[in-house]
Ligand binder design. Structure first.
Ligand SMILES: Cc1cc2nc3c(=O)[nH]c(=O)nc-3n(C[C@H](O)[C@H](O)[C@H](O)COP(=O)(O)OP(=O)(O)OC[C@H]3O[C@@H](n4cnc5c(N)ncnc54)[C@H](O)[C@@H]3O)c2cc1C
Ligand SMILES: Nc1c(O)cccc1C(=O)O
Length: 492
């Protein structure tokens, strides 16, 4: 099949009836649900861009194995040129959604591509697991499948492992083995965009303990597989609010969902890991699924940070506030933060290495530095935006007010900004800002930057401990090695 069009993606959505729960009801037809309409169109646009001459050479490459075009995010990187091809594709996608949709198809395309390129790891444990992930990668690549994923146990009792939970079927695990596959039961979170995807892959970050064997698994199933409930969180917009009033929330809302598997059959050929705590704990650090998705999310995060900083600058300029020293200082800080992330990305790409298996990987220390800085930089951007927007963020007429012939003259008189910024122009800027720094949509976007890659506190601790193990503190050692021995005590 090769690359899909937006229409083919939409047709695939229409062809399925996953069990999606939204506001206490099963959604009969996803595309008839106002809430999902615009986000689905935004995803469809990404597929159409693969066929647009303006973007096709960035977003797709010709697959050497099939001769057909495939998404560039399915390209297995073997050298710097491949790395930069992927980087450009990640950026084109991110710019389309201003970095606000974190789980666009390229994210998991990158994850599964990396799992397949590192199938050697699974082969060490089980030949079938390796073959299955290699075949699954080709299935996704050749059919341009859109994946969601759920790799975190639901937040029940974080002080206990899965097998110690009060109800042993709270967390997703295997109930029984059958000739045709395994039966899985329990929940996994936090499947972003699940309702709008074709299939779901399940695996885990490290964290299993002895006794967790039945939970130590990785597999994939279609989102409409029998027994899978997709339970959505409360929507942050209802799909009917105007794009003038909510330019970002109405377009780029990424629904998150808990996945509840009620005795779901996973065929053996879609099982990538099972009943092995060691393998499950090593999957993330030993394959490229730490580094490769970090490249995609680093580029996406940079675009999102740059976008939010630009909105903050627009807010300040529109009301003449950036004439003041403290506002200039704060906005200068934000701009320098984006330059730090941009520069770190180029450094991580430039300082790539080739693994013994031929995979080109970016510098992991630099990638992890990006991931460690974003959870502070993005919230800081939102804080500055809030402090500059101040009361103006709560003083905005709606589109309906603008459309009132009676009220419009009053709005034009009282809602304008500095000279050259009329009421409509200022409100467009402030509504962008409010979607980012006031609405539930914006708060989710902030929480995304804090947690999408795991708990930032533990990630930084892991980073420090690995850095200490892998790096000599050679500068400090150099001075400490000097012969500055303690003088003998002077005897008077
Ligand atoms: C907007 C958004 C989108 C996301 N999208 C996805 C997705 O598409 N797919 C997916 O699988 N996941 C997704 N995630 C989930 C993300 O992977 C988790 O949020 C992240 O791994 C942290 O886990 P948690 O949220 O359960 O926090 P918890 O681990 O429950 O942490 C809660 C608090 O308890 C502390 N804590 C908990 N356990 C420990 C411990 N053992 N040691 C020390 N401190 C601890 C933490 O430091 C933190 O302060 C998303 C998250 C967000 C916010
Ligand atoms: N957040 C991740 C994910 O959801 C899958 C694979 C990797 C990551 C990551 O940030 O490292």
């Amino acid at each position: 099949m090769g690359i899909r069009t937006g229409a083919q993606y939409i047709e695939a959505l229409k062809s399925r009836k996953p069990e999606v729960w939204l506001n206490g009801k099963i959604v009969e037809n996803i595309l008839d649900e106002p809430y999902f309409k615009q986000p689905a169109q935004e995803i469809a646009k990404l597929y159409d861009m693969q066929h647009d001459p303006v973007y096709q050479d960035d977003l797709t490459v010709v697959c050497e194995e099939t001769g057909e075009r495939m998404a560039t995010s399915f390209l297995m990187p073997h050298n710097y040129e491949d790395i930069m091809k992927r980087s450009k594709a990640f950026e084109v996608v991110a710019r389309q959604t201003f970095g606000l949709m974190g789980r666009t198809p390229d994210f998991l395309n990158t994850v599964v591509t990396s799992l397949a390129q590192n199938s050697w790891f699974l082969r060490k444990y089980n030949e079938d697991w390796a073959t299955n992930i290699e075949n699954y990668y080709k299935h996704l690549r050749d059919n341009d499948i859109f994946l969601t994923h759920a790799i975190v146990n639901p937040q029940n009792d974080r002080s206990k492992n899965s097998h110690e939970q009060a109800d042993k079927f709270t967390h997703l695990g295997v109930v029984e083995e059958r000739p045709e596959g395994i039966i899985v039961r329990g929940a996994k979170m936090l499947a972003t965009l699940a309702a709008l995807t074709d299939e779901v892959i399940v695996y885990s970050f490290p964290g299993f303990a002895p006794g967790d064997e039945r939970y130590a698994l990785a597999f994939a199933v279609p989102v409409d597989v029998k027994g899978l409930k997709i339970i959505c969180r409360e929507p942050v917009q209802d799909g009917t609010r105007s794009t003038f009033d909510h330019p970002l929330a109405s377009r780029y809302e990424e629904m998150d969902a808990l996945l509840v598997f009620e005795d779901v059959l996973v065929p053996w050929d879609k099982v990538f890991l099972y009943n092995n705590v060691e393998a499950a704990n090593l999957l993330y650090p030993m394959t490229g699924i730490a580094e490769q998705p970090a490249h995609q999310s680093g580029v996406r995060g940079y675009i999102k940070l740059k976008f939010a900083v630009e909105v903050a600058c627009k807010v300040a300029d529109s009301i003449g506030a950036d004439q003041y020293l403290h506002v200039q200082r704060d906005l200068g800080e934000l701009i320098q933060n984006t330059e730090v992330i941009r520069s770190l990305l180029r450094t991580a790409e430039h300082e790539y290495t080739i693994t013994e298996y031929g995979e080109a990987r970016l510098n992991p220390v630099v990638l992890e530095t990006i991931r460690g800085m974003m959870p502070d930089m993005y919230p800081r951007t939102i804080e500055v935006m809030q402090t500059i927007g101040a009361g103006g963020l709560l003083m905005m007429p709606t589109e309906a007010d603008f459309l009132s012939e009676e009220l419009r003259p009053t709005i034009d008189r009282h809602y304008g900004g500095r000279a050259g910024i009329d009421a409509e122009a200022r409100m467009k800027i402030f509504k962008l800002a409010w979607d980012l720094c006031g609405e539930a949509f914006g708060m989710r976007a902030l929480q995304y930057e804090r947690y999408y890659t795991g708990d930032p506190i533990r990630k930084r601790a892991i980073f420090y401990n690995k850095y200490k193990k892998d790096n000599a503190l050679d500068l400090a050692d150099a001075i400490l090695m000097k012969e500055d021995t303690v003088k003998e005590p002077q005897t008077n």
